[in-house]
Design a protein around this ligand. Structure first.
Ligand code: ATP
Ligand code: MG
Length: 226
């Protein structure tokens, strides 16, 4: 069966003045459908860079990224946006909600981008799933951090994407709220057979995933479970 995601020899560097920072160096990764993988790694090791390449928000210098057999480099900007809204759910540390939209409108946004006009019902359902059925009309400024992250989770799941990318989704939250968010994320992915790539600094959390990888020296290495 075709893997959900296949990265081959992905290389990425940044130029800062005359300095060249090599972040990813011939990185390889294959992810099966429904698999949950945690990525650990020191600050600056390139975890967020990797996720932005996976999301098609940036491009590798060399190497290929295939999602469902589709090479991201071959897609136009419009095709990439469509691809993202249909196949990916993205959750960041800082929620990235639109401040001028209500919770319901934020959650409905991926569906709207896909051209769906009647996004109210699925968006309401997603908000219900994350326990926010009584906050649909609230704006992000009227929600707590944990609630904002729940809205972001609902937005990531509303279009039922096959892959969720999460970059330290509990990083901005207190321990208890962070755990609630992470439990919800795992439940969501496991329950719906969605794949998850989770960037985290929390080793305990990583143990809940199917595989734990460490990004170091530009490559992903398997962590042997203890
Ligand atoms: N747009 C950019 N221009 C120049 N350098 C960049 C850019 N984006 C990232 N970098 C550099 O690439 C390296 C990797 O950054 P990245 O944000 O991917 O690290 P990270 O593993 O996510 O770190 P953290 O755990 O702190 O979030 C860093 O050294 C960073 O300074
Ligand atoms: Mg980061």
């Amino acid at each position: 069966m075709q893997p959900l995601l296949r990265l081959k020899k992905v290389t990425k560097s940044f130029h800062q003045g005359s300095q060249r920072i090599e972040v990813l160096n011939q990185l390889e990764l294959t992810l099966e459908k429904g698999e949950i993988v945690s990525i650990l790694g020191q600050s600056g090791s390139g975890k967020s860079t990797l996720l932005s390449l996976l999301a098609g928000l940036d491009h590798p210098d060399l190497g290929t990224i295939e999602v469902n057999g589709e090479n991201l480099a071959k897609l136009s900007q419009d095709e990439l946006s469509k691809f993202r809204s249909e196949n990916l759910g993205i959750v960041f540390q800082k929620y990235h909600l639109m401040s001028n939209l209500t919770a319901l409108e934020n959650v409905g946004l991926p569906l709207e981008l896909q051209g769906m006009k009647e996004f109210g019902e699925p968006a309401r359902k997603a908000l219900n799933y994350v326990g926010l059925s009584d906050r649909v009309a609230h704006f992000p400024s009227q929600l707590s951090g944990g609630e904002c992250q729940r809205v972001a989770l609902a937005r990531a799941m509303v279009s039922e994407p096959s892959l969720i990318l999460a970059d330290e989704p509990s990083g901005n939250l207190d321990q208890k709220t962070g755990k609630e968010i992470m439990d919800l994320l795992f439940k969501m992915c496991r329950g719906r057979g969605q794949s998850l790539i989770l960037v985290t600094h929390n080793h305990e959390l990583a143990k809940q995933s199917d595989r734990t990888l460490v990004l170091s020296d530009g490559r992903l290495k398997r962590v042997q479970s203890t």
